[in-house]
Write a protein that binds this ligand. Sequence first.
Ligand code: HEM
Length: 369
Amino acid sequence: MKNIILEKKTHVHFEKLLSSNRLCLNKKQLAFSPLAISCVYSSIFGPYSMDVMTSCVFSVDLDSINDPSNPFITHATKLFRFSVPLFLFQGCFPVFIPLLNLLGVSLFPKSSTTFFRKYFSTGKPSEDQALSCQIFTPMLRGFLMVPFISIPTGLNDHEILSQLTMLLFAGYETSATTLVFLAYTLARNPEVMKQLQQEIDLTFPNKGLVQYDSLMQMEYLSSVVDECLRLYPPAARIERMTKETVRIKGITIPKNMIVQVPVYALHRDPDLWPDPEEFKPDRFSKENKHNINPYAYLPFGMGPRNCLGKRFALVMIKLALVKVLQTYSFLVCEETEIPLKMHPEGLVGPLKPIKLKLKKRTVVSDVEN
Ligand code: HEM
């Protein structure tokens, strides 16, 4: 299944996505008033991530800023308000999941899953349409084309819908939160932001069109995003279950034991990262990157079950950051919380919405001073 989504020519899809506007911040999303104090998350990055994910996963074009009461948005948003204790219980004791299902206890609200089921069964394209029509995204087409590619029986509606919902669930908040933390860390590190704006202006002069290949070749942008994901990896830990009993450094881990990898703690371990609390993108520069132990840096996990949307997320995040920084600078203001209080539950995220000032850049020379 993973191979179907991660088609070899992914970059061609991304180029198409960029030119089709599916990944673009719209004018409203970029229309801050100069020097406005703004809650960055709720004003742009949340709706941006929602619009991109629903558009690319479900082939549904939404406008979360102007039409926030669209039922698709209401139900998609509800998926993220799941019970964390129930989530942890299911993770720790998967053996009870069938019993919970029997009792009608579900992680996601029934009204929302029913909405998506109805939506999908009435609105999904036929296999022929999906094969021929370019308006359906590669993801949706990939799932509908499964019978032609790998599994002779194909996937039933329930299986396709579960995959699509999983993609939305896995991609929306992780990407939105990363963008918020990028805005926060850049506001707190203006010299880094200036260097990044310089790279942006050089790569896309006169706020030029952002192109996939150039975007992905931006070295400083990559380092900034990597370093932000080190400090704020949305998934604080990942899990694996042992298939066999193993002995590692004198510790025996029995078969079928769930092992948690503390990603957040690893990323801030002073033995692995000098000055771990400091935001230093140069750790990820071309010259320094090879010194990083790949098992010490796991924002997208590792191995065959690593993040399926990694490349997608990086394009979406880099594009949004470049578009915003072409026009605005992030600034801390009185309302900016320093240090940040983190949410104790769920994904790594701030306890309260982050507030920053946005200053409209006057001219490109802004960054040359
Ligand atoms: C900054 C954004 C993102 C971060 C930090 C992130 C992080 C992660 C992590 C840590 C895992 C677990 C990997 C492991 O256990 O080794 C994961 C799994 C996954 N992610 Fe992401 N993710 C992001 C965005 C996305 C997006 C945009 C999508 C979809 C387009 C996505 C889809 C998935 C899926 C489907 C899985 C499960 C993969 C599997 O079990 O084989 N993620 N992600």
